[in-house]
Write a protein that binds this ligand. Structure first.
Ligand code: CAA
Length: 377
């Protein structure tokens, strides 16, 4: 455990570890095979209040600091990355609401989560991925409503959330200054779910298109002012990216543990394979990378907790953590040899799960845009 946490967090962490060991780790294998949404696992996790870690105490949540949340998410990710992603992404919208929302919006969002629901954050569109400003979803003011038309894609928790933060253009002629952000509730007429992604990894999480067809929402669902949407989205992602790095570290940690356990058992040429320096050094390299990535996540979270600038550090934690997860899981498969390629053993799933972290919440190439913008300005 590489995070230095309070005694209170340690206790919660122990409970989360037990839960993940008993209720998630083995069970997630079948959900990975079928791609089915593991509702019963999530129901139990919600009973444990794991969906409200980030909600401030005054709004009825656990109000944990970001470092504690990272420690807990890593534990979840060691059991199943898709499971951790569901909770991590559910916190993204919360960040937007606490950045720009009114008291009433904050309360509504928190109450929805506390009632046992997840949330979603919808920026990406089919033609607006890395180029987030190219969104075509429109929001037209009509009396005391906005009317939304368009489609969002690759939305984590799409289809299983109770409420979403959705960006849409209120004035396309103004470019990014014409993008706004709204709260949209599940069940709003004109709001439906589209294609459900059949993903390579993190299959215990849900990813779906959101479709808006003359969807009328109350004007009071606008977050901040018209034109604030791009900034809200960027500031939100600045925080959430550190947690993507954190989940990636959890995958890498699990892969290293699996490789060590297997390498001690696997006898070749009359001795355990870990007794070969070439394998021992692979494991040492894993440890170096994992611990470094974890400490970068911890540093970014500490800066967030302290209210100091963290955009660059969060991007580094995300990009580095994801690259480490990819490298470590590939090496873990290598140490397992032919068995590593078999679905019977756990490491091929870890390798499939790892890949998305180099893509999601801004590709690692985009993180390098963010980082270089910071160091060059
Ligand atoms: N905080 C505050 N303001 C910011 C900012 C930040 N982090 N980043 C940019 N801005 C502001 C800039 O200051 C600038 O403002 P001014 O015009 O007033 O000077 C404005 O935004 C435009 O900035 P850029 O010129 O840098 O914008 P850009 O169009 O070149 O794009 C980008 C920058 C970093 C590439 C951005 O588009 C980006 O992050 N792309 C990746 C998007 C992404 O991560 N998508 C994943 C979304 S997750 C999702 O939708 C699904 C899900 O399930 C989670």
């Amino acid at each position: 455990m590489g995070y230095i946490c309070s005694e209170e967090t340690q206790e919660l962490l122990e409970a989360v570890r037990d839960f993940c060991d008993n209720e998630v780790r083995e069970q997630s294998k079948e959900y990975d095979r079928t791609g089915e949404w593991p509702k019963e696992i999530y129901d139990k996790a919600i009973e444990m209040q794991l969906h409200m870690l980030d909600i401030p105490e005054e709004y009825g949540g656990l109000g944990l600091d970001k470092l504690s949340i990272a420690a807990i998410l890593e534990e979840m990710a060691k059991a199943d990355a898709g499971f951790a992603v569901t909770f991590s992404v559910s916190n993204i919208g919360l960040k937007s609401v606490f950045l720009a929302g009114t008291e009433a919006q904050k309360k509504k969002f928190c109450d929805t989560i506390i009632s046992g629901k997840f949330t979603g954050f919808a920026l990406t569109e089919p033609q607006a991925g890395s180029d987030a400003a190219a969104g075509r979803t429109m929001a037209k003011k009509d009396g005391d409503c906005y009317v939304l038309n368009g489609r969002k894609c690759f939305i984590t928790n799409g289809g299983v959330a109770g409420i979403y933060v959705v960006t849409a253009m209120t004035d396309k002629s103004k470019g990014i200054k014409g993008m706004s952000a709204f709260l949209v509730e599940d069940g709003t007429p004109g709001f439906t779910y589209g294609k459900h992604e059949d993903k390579m990894g993190i299959r215990g999480s849900n990813t779906c298109d959101l479709v808006f067809d003359d969807c009328r929402i109350p004007a009071e669902n606008l977050l901040g002012n018209e034109g604030d949407g791009f900034k809200i989205a960027m500031q939100t992602l600045d925080v959430s990216r550190a947690f993507i790095g954190c989940i990636a570290v959890g995958i890498a940690q699990r892969a290293m543990e699996e490789a060590i356990a297997y390498g001690k058992e696997r006898i070749q040429f009359g001795k355990p394979v870990v007794n070969n320096q070439v394998i021992a050094f692979k494991l040492a390299d894993m440890a170096i990378q994992i611990e470094t990535a974890r400490q970068m996540v911890a540093y970014a979270c500490t800066l967030i907790d302290m209210g100091r600038p963290y955009s660059k550090e969060s991007a580094i934690a995300k990009a580095y953590g994801a690259d480490v997860a990819m490298k470590v899981t590939i090496e873990a498969v290598q140490i397992f040899g032919g068995y590593g390629y078999s679905r019977e053993y756990p490491v091929e799933k870890l390798m499939r799960d790892a890949k998305i972290f180099q893509i999601v919440e801004g590709t690692n190439e985009i993180q390098r845009v963010v980082i270089s913008n910071h160091i060059l300005k």
